[in-house]
Design a protein around this ligand. Structure first.
Ligand SMILES: [Zn+2]
Length: 346
């Protein structure tokens, strides 16, 4: 036992020494014209980390202020928020036997994967143009997986009874296929239009909107049913309306590039729209998990229609495998950038 304690102490001392040997210098941060085109963000002029540094440099950069720091931390903190919310939502539930908890768990896992991939991408992407593309394609895997998890929650928990009866049988395979197609569209946008921000973002917004329609469709009849039912108050759908409102906020924050469009260069480190988008994504996921708990408590959900947790997580594993194949395919079109020794990056 004492040997193990000594080994643990030695390992933690080595880790602390490694952390302390920090080679990050804020004075080395670059302006946009000194990084590869593909790494430039519109209206963000300063705070870029140099390319071709050691992995340690980028890992250490998590503890310093540059134009990705807030993006990294919003999704690290967001992952913990999801874990806490998941524990809250599942409190007092019989997870082993109550099938309504299984879509909640699936969405929780999808959310944590998505936020983790995003944090890793924002932390390490400045390594080189090739790593930038590799890591942001990984970020998009997370976005597509998150949509898949929301789809699971929509059909098995939050759906209207009519929609569930008609579409239940093919919703899971359709959700899988659509997730792969949307991810392929994101990859096309990134690989073909990586340095054309307007076209890339437009394609991504089209993909996300299509995915959003599919994910929101099971909920629409709940509004029409409630509208025509004199016993139903529209305020009983406030928890769903909040999720939709936050989804729209995510889309606006992603697309509008506000406030940096109004004050270019003033929000480089803190306050630009991608940071607002990150916070809105976390709020949407937390609100979605909360809405699922409200629906579990208030709706008469036919528990036998919900697939087993093994089936749901097996589908998620299959989806990750398909995304890995698509990721590999699109990455083959990304040229390796000239190394620091062979070529000069402007
Ligand atoms: Zn991001």
């Amino acid at each position: 036992m004492s040997v193990q304690v000594k080994q643990f102490k030695r390992a933690s001392q080595c880790f602390v020494q490694w952390i302390m040997r920090d080679n990050f210098k804020s004075s080395e941060l670059l302006t946009a014209d000194r990084v590869p085109d593909i790494m430039r963000e519109q209206f963000v002029y300063t705070g870029y980390r140099p390319v071709y540094r050691s992995w340690k440099y980028y890992v250490h950069s998590i503890l310093h202020l540059h134009n990705e720091t807030v993006n990294i931390w919003t999704h690290i903190i967001g992952s913990f928020a999801i874990v806490i919310q998941l524990a809250n939502v599942l409190k007092d539930c019989d997870v082993a036997n109550d099938s309504t908890t299984w879509p909640v768990i699936t969405l929780g896992i999808c959310s944590i994967l998505s936020l983790s991939f995003s944090s890793i991408a924002h932390l390490l992407h400045s390594k080189s143009p090739w790593h930038h593309q590799f890591l942001f394609l990984l970020d998009y895997v997370g976005v597509a997986v998150q949509g898949f998890g929301i789809g699971i929650g929509s059909i098995y928990i939050c759906s209207s009874a009519i929609f569930r009866d008609v579409f239940l049988a093919w919703h899971l395979p359709a959700n899988l296929i659509l997730s792969v197609l949307i991810f392929s569209l994101y990859c096309t946008a990134r690989v073909k239009y990586g340095d054309d921000n307007d076209t890339r973002k437009s394609l991504m917004i089209v993909g996300t909107s299509l995915h959003g329609l599919f994910l929101f469709a099971p909920l629409v009849p709940r509004y029409t049913d409630c509208w025509w039912n004199s016993d139903c108050s529209m305020t009983s759908l406030n928890h769903i309306t909040l999720v939709v409102f936050l989804d729209v906020l995510c889309a606006v924050a992603f697309a509008a590039l506000i406030p940096e469009r109004w004050v270019p260069g003033r929000c480089d480190l803190v306050g630009h729209s991608h940071q607002i988008f990150h916070v809105a994504v976390v709020m949407t996921l937390v609100a979605k998990l909360s809405a699922m708990r409200i629906d579990i408590d208030t709706l008469d959900i036919p528990r036998k229609t919900i697939p087993s947790l093994t089936t749901l997580l097996g589908s998620l594993c299959l989806l990750l495998l398909l995304h890995a194949l698509v990721h590999r395919y699109f990455l083959s079109f990304v040229k390796s950038a000239p190394s620091r020794k062979r070529g000069r990056i402007k």
